[in-house]
Design a protein around this ligand. Structure first.
Ligand code: NAD
Length: 263
């Protein structure tokens, strides 16, 4: 039986890409979309109907999996105003720019629903996360400085990217430290000497770059670079749909993309 999906952020770049891929597959049935009101409220070609987050309870109730690629504010409305409807459903979240408070909300949702949050749904990036953690175990902070560089299109609204932060957390986990205690976002002015354990983040924004990430382990005599370049957006949509198939019907709790991919 096809997995019934609802997409929040239906009118966005990712929302439309997910619908196009889901339509081409027999594994999915698109029940409807969720998005904010726009001047052009005509029903999109990609979704049978699109409703506001505060009116989404009925739609959510008839879905197996809700996929969210929207904005933190949309995710808040979605969770806060449809708590009962989410019970027994699965939620796949790709929205980035989420805060620690958002994570608490998602943990609450995970008491009644299966919840998977990933800053990046590409297989390559999830492999990169595992490699970065492994490399950080060998390349310690006394000998190797870690800098993370990311580049995205000019419309991206958050920086550093969720993926860059996830890579930072992976390096920090490999070094058995908390990212927050060593995170440094770009540098400017009289910065002082670089502390050993610091993990630096640098964000480039421009044009139509889909998403590029590099983790640099910079030693005195050598440099190791782990890089990933996303070629097109459908890569993420594909991964999100793979996660939706995998999580459908799972018991409540938090799940990860690394579990989906067996990494
Ligand atoms: P987009 O701007 O094209 O689409 C976002 C959609 O969300 C829009 O249709 C917008 O109307 C809707 N929205 C925004 N605020 C809302 C609100 N308060 N209520 C209802 N709807 C609201 O963006 P996009 O490129 O499709 O990306 C969406 C999100 O997914 C971003 O956070 C982006 O960083 C993230 N993203 C994640 C991955 C991943 O692999 N995890 C990949 C690409 C993008």
């Amino acid at each position: 039986m096809a997995t019934r999906i609802v997409v929040c952020g239906a009118r966005g770049r990712m929302g439309r890409t997910i619908a196009q891929l889901a339509k081409a597959s027999q594994d999915f049935e698109i029940i409807g979309g969720i998005d904010r009101a726009t001047e052009d409220d005509s029903v999109s070609d990609d979704y049978p109907s699109i409703v506001l987050p505060e009116n989404a309870a009925k739609l959510i109730g008839s879905a197996d999996v809700i996929i969210d690629f929207s904005a933190p504010a949309a995710l808040h409305s979605l969770l806060d105003q449809n708590a009962d409807a989410f019970k027994g459903k699965a939620l796949v979240v790709g929205t980035t720019g989420l805060t620690a408070d958002d994570d608490v909300r998602l943990n609450e949702a995970a008491r009644e629903s299966a919840v998977l949050v990933a800053a990046n749904f590409s297989i390559g990036v999830n492999l990169l996360l595992a490699l970065a953690e492994q490399a950080a175990k060998t390349l310690g902070p006394q000998d190797y400085d870690v800098e993370i560089i990311e580049a995205h299109h000019r419309n991206k609204v958050d920086a550093p990217s969720g993926t860059a932060l996830a890579l930072g957390r992976a390096v920090a986990a490999g070094r058995e430290i908390e990212l927050q205690s060593v995170r440094r976002d770009s540098r400017s002015g009289n910065t002082g000497k670089r502390p050993d354990a610091e993990i630096g983040f640098h964000a480039i924004r421009g044009g139509d770059i889909v998403g590029e990430h590099s983790v640099l382990f910079i030693g005195r005599r050598e440099r190791i670079e782990l890089s990933h370049i996303a070629g097109e957006r459908s890569l993420f949509a594909d991964g999100a749909l793979r996660a939706a198939l995998w999580i459908s019907g799972k018991t409540p709790g938090r799940y990860t993309m690394r579990q989906v991919l067996g990494l």
